[in-house]
Design a protein around this ligand. Structure first.
Ligand code: FNR
Length: 342
């Protein structure tokens, strides 16, 4: 199977597989406040991700690596959406375009369509410093995402089986790159043990990429005969992952993602300590099924609704949100208790 066929299969399966809603967002309830002393006019959605200033806490997360016309067109449309709605955007893995220069246009188009926006480059943890520099140069990127995807690789028949040396390579990259480095998961969540290893090598921004949304184990298992079905339910739910990493490392910038589908999910992720929130499968589904205009409308609606929820909670800034009273129920409560997080 060619790489671009595999990537197209990912897109197709992502639309139908794995929006399972096991994220934990439904276990969080805000405590209603009758006297919030707030006005929607005062609400600011501005946030910081390391040194980067974002006008809203939403970003479009990495999708559609590899080459091919269809991929390039999706990247072009995502770039237009990001530019028009002024949200940051990550591209999918650039490794194949580094190895095969005919694929570079798939990425260049993103900067061309969004000359002034915040764009994140993307590579896996097998990348060298040189490849990281090339990925950033290709897009004049404002940051580099490095994805960790061991479970996806293990479920892919043609995937990697050797995950040694990743920390050492990332340590080199973070020292030598001129832009911030964000280490992200891809839908299996990040534990505090992983976050600890990352902080020890100088990583200051992580994206938990939690369980409960796009599920690459299910996607890969749909594509093969011999199933590794035990990986279908493997992972740390998004809400647990945000809470556990942020509580354990308050100085770490945490990005929340994995199964985010609405404004209330976004506000919940922020209230648990995320500085910004990534959407991947949800926005791709709207783009492919309803089109570019609908996707932009959805992002604008989500932004507007975040303002309404913040007003109801009496929070005028993203920082205020982190103090909003809430209760945690069910599996999420149990999980956090077991992990000693209160
Ligand atoms: C992805 N994702 C991804 N992540 C990454 O770091 N590099 C990549 O190349 C890709 N490719 C990719 C393709 C497609 C079709 C999808 C849907 C997703 C993972 C993505 O960034 C995100 O971490 C997960 O999808 C979980 O978020 P959602 O989809 O549940 O919002």
């Amino acid at each position: 199977m060619t790489r671009s066929k595999r990537k197209w299969d990912h897109i197709q399966y992502a639309l139908t597989t794995g929006q399972s809603r096991d994220t934990g967002f439904d276990d969080i309830t805000f405590i209603h406040q009758s006297l919030p002393d707030s006005s929607i006019e005062q609400v600011s959605l501005k946030t910081m991700v390391g040194e980067l200033s974002l006008s809203s806490p939403l970003f479009i997360n990495a999708m559609t690596g590899g080459g091919g016309e269809r991929t390039e067109e999706i990247n072009r449309q995502l770039a237009i959406i990001a530019s028009e709605t002024r949200v940051a955007m990550a591209v999918g893995s650039q490794m194949s375009s580094i190895k095969n220069s005919s694929e570079i246009s798939t990425y260049k188009i993103v900067r061309k369509e969004n000359p002034n926006g915040l764009i994140f480059a993307n590579l896996g943890s097998e990348a060298s410093v040189d490849q990281a520099l090339q990925a950033v140069d290709m897009l004049e990127a404002n940051a580099l995402q490095i994805h960790l995807n061991t479970i996806q690789e293990l479920t892919m028949p043609e995937g990697d089986r050797d995950f040694t040396g990743a920390l050492r390579r990332m340590e080199d990259i973070v020292k030598k790159l001129p832009v911030p480095v964000i280490v992200k998961e891809v839908g299996f969540g990040m534990s505090r043990e992983t976050a600890k290893k990352l902080t020890q090598i100088g990583i200051s921004i992580v994206d938990v990429g939690g369980f409960g949304g796009t599920n690459f184990a299910k996607i890969e298992n749909e594509r093969r005969n011999r199933l590794l079905s035990f990986f279908n339910s493997w992972g740390i739910p998004t809400v647990v992952s945000i809470a556990e990493v942020k509580c354990s490392f308050p100085d770490l910038t945490v990005l929340g993602s994995g199964g985010v589908q609405c404004s209330l999910d976004v506000v919940k992720a922020l209230s648990l300590g995320a500085s910004a929130v990534g959407l991947a499968g949800y926005i791709l589904k709207i783009l492919l099924e309803e089109g570019i205009e609908e996707s932009m409308t959805e992002i604008e609606e989500i932004k507007k609704e975040i303002g309404y929820v913040m007003t109801a909670l009496g929070s005028t800034t993203i920082k205020d949100l982190q103090k909003a009273p809430l209760i945690i129920e069910g599996k999420t409560h149990h999980w956090l208790n077991e992990r000693g997080i209160n």
